[in-house]
Write a protein that binds this ligand. Structure first.
Ligand SMILES: C[C@H](O)CC(=O)SCCNC(=O)CCNC(=O)[C@H](O)C(C)(C)COP(=O)(O)OP(=O)(O)OC[C@H]1O[C@@H](n2cnc3c(N)ncnc32)[C@H](O)[C@@H]1OP(=O)(O)O
Length: 722
């Protein structure tokens, strides 16, 4: 049960907040804290107060579960009320408080700690105000106290980038007063609290400190710069500007006015669609490892100590690096010494790049490299707990590899393929025990990208899935378990993305206007710039799978093949839709592609609706025409049970495709638009432009039955029976 306990020893009241696993500040904890502080301040035996968290963690902040209710329409909590309690009972109370920060103090947790007169922290403890990653702003005084403790510029960096810092840096900045041994953290806090109470150590009130604040002119310049950046994203992420505004009011009008503004702005932020999307993503991401019928059976994952990787190319070396970073030994196999050397070299350079960026010491990199066993022989896989095949997409080759692996590896060794397109049952056809194979699809670069698709067939044993989910936890990736189909979850759901982009060009839209509209929507780059980056030859090769398997709903523009015929492969050939200089900087190249576009339009003869109004389609119309077919395909994936819940596709779309997190993922966004709106528009476009836009029964039925896409229809067949 979440709550607060307190005990008095040697004149110090130790208040402990408890709400496992991270002592989130749920309402009972906040109420308990208020009561305990009131009692301690009124208790004659007590000279000073220490606040700590149970189970070796201070606090992960305000309860995000409660926040979720507010984003879904429940009245927003009056954070100002609790802040007033901190001001009067912790910061302003007669008896000084000290925070004993073990392990982490984030969001509201750090705000409680900052209202104390001093803070001690354990080595490596994580401190930060990451509220903006949830679409809200600090609400327990963080916008006022952090700038006064670490300086205006640093505080804005920490809040606007949701960037936490380690206790060691916090000590240098003055956010904590002492680093203490974990076994002695509370005692050290008690000593410091007594020393402040006795006057031996000066009592500081964070809210009223001025020593870290810059002079007014510098402060104005810093705030102006932050405000400019916030304005850029204000229409979709209003919380950024709301945070800067609360800080600015505190700096220019004083902390009391700042606190009032913070409370008002917190309420505004929490009711924004961005907060709803980001909080949804927070929970969706943490729920992907729950797979009904698999993870609820009491099976325990086996710890992976040694992983074999077949192929030392870009993917193989990235996968090997990801395993090494988790301390897992790697057996890297290649067919020729020169390929093997190149693979080892790639791993080395992945680690060296982390050393250069200050994320790892040279010594650590050396130690990790010593965990690699390069080999030319499959025999070295004998002791591996798992082998991941990462060779080129060639079915014959993969089939041979798995026949061989099955003979050599231990019977409990997990045999997995990193294919991104090939049906895994086809890869397994020549195996004695085809059910052993599981898909382990990493995204490139594998040691950086967080998403990890685990592909199962209907026969995949639960233990294999549980073990592979366990691997994802070991290597700190977000897993999404998907069924076996062309493109799995991410590539399957997103194939209409590029197809619809080319359809838009064929109906008269300018490709650069499309890219701009899609970036305004929040994608890191538009479809044509992405095509250039991936290479249009690769795009055509991958696209062929969808053309073969989903002929009813593909759009085949002659535009991309004609681009290939003109040797405009994209970035690697120096030109695609854009032209590239020797530093690979992109510049639009309308003259270079206008002839190809004109020829494509002449051949496809679609109605030129995209250019029929003076300025073409609006950015919103463009985004809808590109993303509604993607929502439609996501509905099919849900309908077929390829993924078990909408949150999994949301997570995969954000982490695998760069779909904007503040929109909550592709299905969440679809629901924010509404199934009925999407189905109606798709139907209209389908009659004009073809099957790519034909709404599927799942979507149609959600629209008819008034259900959300995440809920799914009560009966998918209804529409076809009507
Ligand atoms: C008014 C205030 O200013 C507003 C706020 O404070 S808003 C909250 C600000 N705090 C945050 O954003 C921190 C969010 N949490 C995190 O970043 C990470 O969970 C963490 C660094 C604390 C721990 O990470 P890690 O050890 O990898 O564990 P992780 O799986 O993320 O979390 C463990 C569990 O705690 C839950 N949790 C973490 N922080 C939580 C929070 N603030 N509220 C409720 N639940 C929380 C997670 O949902 C997860 O639950 P589950 O086991 O049921 O899935």
């Amino acid at each position: 049960m979440p709550g607060v306990t307190s005990s008095v020893r040697d004149g110090v009241c130790v208040i402990e907040m408890s709400n496992p696993p991270v002592n989130a500040l749920a309402l009972p904890v906040l109420e308990g804290l208020e009561k305990a502080l009131k009692e301690a301040q009124g208790d004659g035996r007590v000279k000073a107060i220490v606040i700590k968290g149970a189970g070796g963690k201070f606090s992960g902040g305000f309860d995000i579960g409660h926040l979720r209710k507010s984003t879904q329409g429940a009245p927003a909590s009056d954070v100002g009320e609790f802040n007033a309690i901190l001001c009067t009972l912790a910061e302003g109370g007669a008896k000084p408080c000290v925070a004993a920060i073990e392990n982490l103090a984030l969001g509201g947790g750090l705000e409680v700690a900052m209202s104390c007169a001093a803070r001690v922290a354990t080595p490596g403890a994580q401190l930060g105000l990451p509220e903006l990653q949830l679409g809200v702003i600090p609400g327990f005084g963080g916008t006022q106290r952090l700038p006064r403790l670490v300086g205006l510029e640093k505080s804005l960096e920490m809040m606007l980038k949701s960037k936490s810092i380690k206790a060691e840096e916090a000590l240098k900045l003055g956010l904590v007063d002492k680093i203490v041994d974990p076994a002695n953290a509370v005692n050290a806090a008690c000593e410091l609290a007594k020393s402040i109470a006795s006057g031996s150590t000066k009592r500081e009130l964070s809210m009223y400190r001025k020593d870290k604040l810059p002079d007014p002119k510098t402060a104005q310049a810093i705030l102006k710069e932050a405000g400019k950046k916030a304005k850029h994203v204000q229409s979709v992420m209003p919380h950024v500007a709301l945070c800067v505004d609360a800080v600015a009011v505190g700096i220019t009008e004083g902390p009391e006015a700042g606190l009032q503004r913070e409370a008002v702005n917190f309420k505004k932020a929490v009711s924004s669609p961005a907060a709803k999307g980001l909080v949804h993503f927070f929970f969706a991401q943490r729920a992907t490892n729950i797979v009904p019928g698999v993870t609820d059976g009491g099976l325990k994952p086996r710890v992976m100590k040694s992983v074999g990787v077949v192929g030392g190319g870009l993917m193989g070396s990235g996968i090997a690096t990801a395993c090494l970073l988790a301390g897992i030994g790697v057996v890297l196999k290649e067919i020729k010494q020169e390929f093997l050397d190149a693979g080892v070299g790639r791993i080395q350079s992945n680690l060296a790049s982390m050393v250069r960026k200050g994320r790892m010491t040279e010594d650590k990199a050396r130690k990790l490299m010593s965990l690699v066993k390069p080999t030319l022989s499959d025999d070295d896989f004998r002791q591996c707990d798992m082998v991941i095949e990462a060779v080129i997409e060639n079915l014959d080759l993969k089939q041979k590899i798995f026949c061989n692996l099955e003979k050599i590896c231990r019977p409990d060794c997990i045999l997995s393929t990193n294919t991104s397109t090939i049906d895994i049952t086809k890869i397994a056809t020549k195996m004695k025990n085809p059910e052993r194979i599981v898909g382990a699809h990493f995204f490139s670069p594998a040691h950086v990208m967080q998403l990890f698709e685990i592909i199962r067939t209907k026969d995949t044993p639960s233990q294999i899935l549980v073990d592979t989910l366990g691997l994802s936890k070991q290597i700190r990736k977000t897993p999404v378990v998907v069924g076996n189909c062309t493109g799995f979850a991410v590539n399957r759901v997103f194939f209409p993305y590029t197809m619809s982009a080319t359809a838009l060009v064929d109906i008269g839209c300018d490709p650069y206007a499309i890219d701009r509209a899609i970036m305004m929507f929040g994608m890191p780059m538009g479809p044509f710039r992405l095509g250039d980056l991936v290479g249009h030859d690769v795009g055509v090769h991958v696209g062929k799978n969808f053309i073969d398997d989903f002929p009813d709903r593909v759009y085949q523009s002659p535009l991309i093949p004609s681009l290939l015929a003109s040797k405009r492969l994209g970035e690697k050939s120096g030109a695609g839709f854009y032209k590239y200089d020797n530093k690979r900087r992109a510049t639009p190249d309308p003259e270079g592609v206008e002839g190809l576009i004109a020829a494509s339009r002449a051949q496809t003869r679609l109605p030129l609706d995209g250019s029929s109004i003076p300025n073409g389609l609006t950015p919103q119309e463009i985004a809808e025409m590109i993303f509604f077919p993607v929502v439609n395909e996501a509905c099919r994936v849900l309908d077929e049970g390829i993924v078990v819940k909408a949150g999994d596709i949301d997570t995969a779309s954000i982490l695998g495709m760069g779909f904007p997190a503040f929109r909550g993922g592709i299905v969440h966004w679809g629901d924010s638009v509404g199934a009925a709106v999407i189905a109606t528009k798709l139907r209209t476009w389908a009659t004009r432009y073809g099957g790519l836009y034909q709404p599927c029964p799942y979507l149609e039925n959600c629209a008819i039955q008034g259900r959300t896409l995440a809920q799914g229809p009560l009966d998918t067949k209804l529409k076809s029976r009507l």
